[in-house]
Design a protein around this ligand. Structure first.
Ligand SMILES: C[S@@+](CC[C@H](N)C(=O)[O-])C[C@H]1O[C@@H](n2cnc3c(N)ncnc32)[C@H](O)[C@@H]1O
Length: 219
């Protein structure tokens, strides 16, 4: 298990610091606000305009914050979601039980997300179907057609093995036309890789003073 520590971010919400890699799981300028900006606003709401039901794939389950906010969004918008998330180094129960996301968790959702068995399908709430996969992203092969990818890997400088053309190519082939991938990352190299794989790459305004983030669309 990786050596980690909880930190407070600028909006008062927790993030996790991975001490070995010296990277945080979210922006220190606000974990909840960043997740909303990058994954919900630029991702979920964008594809929800086009499709009646969504298959979402997340790279890096981590604290479960993106999944929690997606459960809420799915309920609010009345959109059924099938959510799959990949994680190689799960956080301990001690850490996940201490996360202060309860203001966004009306029905014990976090507990259900974290306590659900790996590699099995669970109904979390209403029409939110959820499966966590305990594996390396490099071993993943999509089974269903994907509408939306939350690409929430550690940054390329810290975990270059998570940002390869082979992975993006596999994702591109597994996506529906009109589907998209969103990520906090805005590196030129990553944009180029995504373009090479066939994505139309949009640079959107990043979270909290970050100049850009990426939305890559399969046309
Ligand atoms: C930026 S954090 C994810 C944050 C998460 N989405 C959240 O809301 O808390 C990156 C995640 O990728 C996971 N990870 C690192 N290397 C991986 C790999 N090779 N395959 C799959 N997951 C990996 C880490 O353990 C970590 O949970």
């Amino acid at each position: 298990m990786m050596e980690v520590e909880l930190l407070y971010t600028a909006d008062g919400s927790h993030t996790v610091l991975n001490k070995e890699l010296n990277v945080t799981y979210h922006s220190i300028r606000g974990a909840i606000q960043e997740s909303k900006h990058v994954y919900i606003e630029a991702g979920f709401k964008y594809v929800a305009q086009k499709f009646k039901a969504l298959y979402i794939l997340e790279i890096g389950f981590g604290t479960g914050l993106n999944a929690l906010l997606s459960v809420n969004e799915s309920q609010e918008m009345g959109i059924p979601v099938s959510y799959e998330t990949i994680e190689k180094f799960p956080l301990s129960g001690e850490i996940t039980r201490s996360l202060n996301y309860s203001g966004f968790d009306r029905h014990g959702i976090m507990e259900k997300l974290h306590n659900s068995d790996w590699d099995r399908t669970h109904i979390i709430e209403g029409s939110f179907v959820f499966r966590k996969l305990l594996m390396d992203i490099n071993d993943f092969k999509a089974g269903e057609k994907i509408h939306l990818v939350y690409y929430d890997a550690f940054a390329p400088d810290s975990a270059p093995e998570m940002w390869t053309e082979r992975i993006f190519e596999m994702l591109f082939k597994s996506m529906v036309a009109g589907g998209c991938l969103v990520t906090f990352c805005a590196k030129g190299d990553i944009k180029r890789m995504l373009k090479t794989c066939g994505f139309k790459v949009e640079s959107l305004v990043g979270f909290a003073g970050k100049r850009e983030m990426i939305r890559a669309i399969r046309l």
